[in-house]
Design a protein around this ligand. Structure first.
Ligand code: BGC
Length: 743
């Protein structure tokens, strides 16, 4: 019986993520009428109560009175189904109106079954798989009573110092937008049912551009940059039916998001037609006081309410002051009504009024279902990026293998940031998986116990290396070194990990480095000390089996970099879709070429660093395979298109190697001349193609010309006619351009 239910739920997961699936839970007239009816019976105090969210943290008794009085609309940080039922029971059976609670949680990359960190998920370029992962998270979380996740995080991040780069899809607005839709569809499902959890798209907006990569810092994004780069994932998620949105901590050009009417009303509501719920980030209303944007809690409550915030997470500013602000006329009651409508609508759509309770016994059966673990494993396999391989991978059979490094057997750390509900007891580490795959062939010497550890000598591990045929070194970052509030100024491997790799390499044996991290680290010097490098980010519960499969060659790597990998931290920010300058870098003249006592010259005459040039270590979209691919015969169906047309490009993709593999085909465009300067390249389509050894296939990709629209000088989104270049390639730095015109 239980098994049948799990299979049925998994079927729902597949349906929600099929390309034909409707966008997601949507509003319907019946819901609006019911919302209005409830609203008409509410007192002002009860309305304000709905706008208040508290972190309940297990304390039912502490909040019982407030729940009875209708002073709480939502709780977060409670996942025990019995306690959630207890909270709901008070709200539903003991408060005057019986409105159920919305129970929220940061389910960021899986609930119990932990998937790779979102940056890793983006490296799969596999929207169907990412959608399935979000569905799995929804199935597990909803079974325990969590019906709202504070995910997906859609912040474009072009600065790997920022710890939260781990939580998003990287630097590209197009990839970010596709991942956003996939996650929203996965969480919410294609039809509202008891397994739907409301997505919360966050953090609106610009948070990833925090100055210096220091979390919570100010941003200074122009409106055009905000619209062309930072907003597209949000707009796509709104169109996909995201039910809720969270404001960000940062102030942009002096205005904190939680008090920013322009973004919350003009753009979000009026332009995009969002009718979901807007929640603040944790105390981001209160933080407008230290920001210097409000004098006290009453002042910031007024500013947030009038800017368009519906729910206050943990400032208690609405609960304490909205009533007097309405009475004084500073906040209109119709503002309150519309906020409460937005909240009730979400509760209604999720079916909470019909079924606020969960079955704790059934909840257990859903966690870690085999299908969930399989999806997590596939996600970890597809998210790993092969950055270097001189032929040591895949491993030959029969080798004596030394497994080393602080991440080889670190079940907590491989889960990555933001996984409150992941359990290390359920994690399979690479060491365990490799021991199972190569019985009797594995020796383990950690070398370093944790990623920050410093050591001068590596005697045991180098002695072991000399006796092995190959060394697998699992390095990277502990999970706590990335994520919220965990920014770093140095992007090199921490502690003595680079020294460990160098010492291992000096033993003369082939060294494979597997990097498990929350961000793209600067691994240039480490590349010199290994024969192959597999970058897996933090791969989650099933990281071990996934990596064992990749290293052994049972699975062929297919991940591609979702963010530019830098040579040194001083290159920040460096991203592939930067604007065309008047003096583009062309790879010439570095420091060592400068003559002694050279006279003042405009050396090189281009935009670059004397010591590091302006090229990255690995460009966006890069990743190797155990086979190779070739692109040939690319041609467009026309030379000139109208703005309503669709560009069709055809080309032959060939697997030129000796084993099956998957290529992430990428389509980039450059708009040569605009009313404002344009990016040198922009990703406009991607697709995963699996080819057998020696197989060739004709691939056709369609690109609606409307996809070329952007906010130009007049700040109106439109396609500007002119000349374009188009590439189909395996990364953002390859391929020969085709030309076309739009008129
Ligand atoms: C984070 C949010 C998160 C919230 C609730 C904040 O500190 O910025 O992303 O959803 O806490 O846990």
């Amino acid at each position: 019986m239980k098994r049948t239910k799990i299979v049925l739920l998994s079927l729902l997961a597949v349906l929600a993520c099929s390309p034909q699936a409707g966008t997601s839970v949507g509003s319907c007239p019946d819901v609006e009428a019911r919302v209005d009816e409830i609203l008409s019976r509410m007192t002002l105090a009860e309305k304000i109560g709905q706008m208040n969210q508290v972190s309940a943290g297990g304390d039912v008794a502490h909040y019982a009175d407030a729940l009875r009085k209708g002073q709480v609309g939502s709780i977060l940080n409670e996942v025990d189904p019995d306690k959630i039922n207890a909270f709901q029971r008070i709200a539903v059976e003991e408060s005057r109106l019986g409105i159920p609670l919305l129970v929220g949680r940061d389910v960021i990359h899986g609930f119990h079954t932990v998937f790779p960190i979102p940056l890793g998920l983006a490296a799969t370029f596999d929207t169907a798989l990412v959608c399935r992962g979000a569905r799995v998270a929804a199935l597990e979380a909803s079974a325990q009573g969590v019906r709202w996740t504070f995910s997906p995080m859609l912040d474009i991040a072009r600065d790997p110092r920022w710890g939260r780069i781990a939580e998003g899809s990287g630097e590209d607005p197009f990839l970010g937008a596709r991942m956003a839709e996939a996650m929203v569809r996965g969480y919410q499902g294609s039809v509202p049912d008891s397994t739907s959890i409301a997505a919360c798209i966050k953090h609106f907006v610009g948070y990833g551009a925090a100055e210096g990569g220091r979390d919570y810092n100010s941003t200074f994004l122009t409106e055009r940059e905000l619209r062309n780069v930072y907003s597209p994932p949000f707009e796509a998620a709104v169109k996909a039916g995201a039910l809720t949105l969270m404001t960000s901590f940062n102030d942009n050009d002096g205005v904190p998001s939680t008090g920013n009417r322009f973004i919350l009303k003009d753009i979000l509501r009026d332009e995009w037609g969002f009718d979901g719920l807007v929640v603040t980030d944790w105390n981001s209303m209160g933080e407008m006081i230290p920001h210097g944007f409000g004098t006290d809690r009453k002042d910031v409550a007024e500013k947030a309410a009038n800017a368009g915030v519906d729910m206050d997470m943990m400032t208690f500013g609405f609960l304490s002051h909205l009533e007097e602000l309405v009475k004084s006329g500073a906040v209109k009651e119709k503002t309150i009504d519309s906020a409460v409508r937005n909240i009730l609508r979400v509760k209604m759509l999720l079916g909470l009024f019909e079924q606020p309770y969960v079955d704790p016994a059934a909840a257990k059966a859903v966690q870690y279902a085999p299908e969930h673990l399989a999806a997590a494993r596939q996600s970890a396999e597809e998210s790993a990026i092969l950055l270097k391989n001189n032929g040591v991978l895949p491993l030959r059979e029969g080798l004596r293998i030394l497994v080393t490094g602080p991440l080889a057997d670190a079940p907590h750390d491989q889960l990555g940031t933001w996984c409150f509900d992941g359990e290390k007891e359920h994690t399979i580490t690479p060491l365990r998986a490799l021991e199972a795959r190569y019985p009797g062939q594995i020796r383990f010497e950690p070398g370093l116990k944790y990623s920050r550890q410093r050591r001068d000598r590596f005697d045991e591990v180098t002695a072991a290396a000399r006796q092995a045929d190959v060394v697998l070194a699992f390095v990277g970052e502990e999970s706590i070194l990335s994520g919220e509030a965990h920014s770093v100024a140095d992007l090199n491997l921490k502690g003595s990990q680079s020294e460990l790799l160098a010492a291992l390499k000096a033993c003369g044996k082939p060294v494979v480095a597997v990097v498990m991290a929350g961000r793209p680290l600067t691994v240039e010097r480490d590349l010199a000390h290994c024969d192959a490098m597999l970058y897996s980010f933090h791969p989650g519960t099933m990281g071990g089996p996934a990596l064992a499969g990749l290293l052994s060659g049972d699975v062929n790597p297919s991940g591609k970099t979702p963010v530019t990998f830098l040579r040194t931290v001083g290159q920040v920010p460096l991203y592939y879709n930067h604007h065309m300058t008047g003096r583009p870098y062309n790879g010439e003249t570095l420091l060592d070429d400068i003559d002694l006592e050279a006279g003042q010259t405009s050396l090189g005459n281009t935009s670059y660093y004397l010591d590091y040039g302006a090229y990255p270590l690995f460009p966006f979209g890069y990743g190797l395979s155990y086979t190779s691919f070739a692109y040939s015969g690319a041609a467009l169906d026309k030379e000139t298109y109208g703005t309503d047309d669709t560009v069709r490009v055809r080309f032959t993709l060939s697997n030129t190697g000796s084993r099956e593999g998957t290529e992430v085909v990428q389509l980039y465009v450059r708009d040569l001349v605009g009313s404002v300067t344009r990016p040198v390249k922009e990703l406009k389509a991607f697709r995963r193609e699996t080819l057998k050894a020696g197989e060739s296939r004709t691939v056709e990709i369609s690109l609606p010309v409307s996809e070329l629209a952007f906010y130009g000088l007049d700040m109106v989104k439109k396609v500007e006619p002119g000349e374009f270049r188009l590439w189909v390639a395996g990364d953002s730095a390859s391929g020969e351009p085709l030309s076309f015109k739009v008129q």
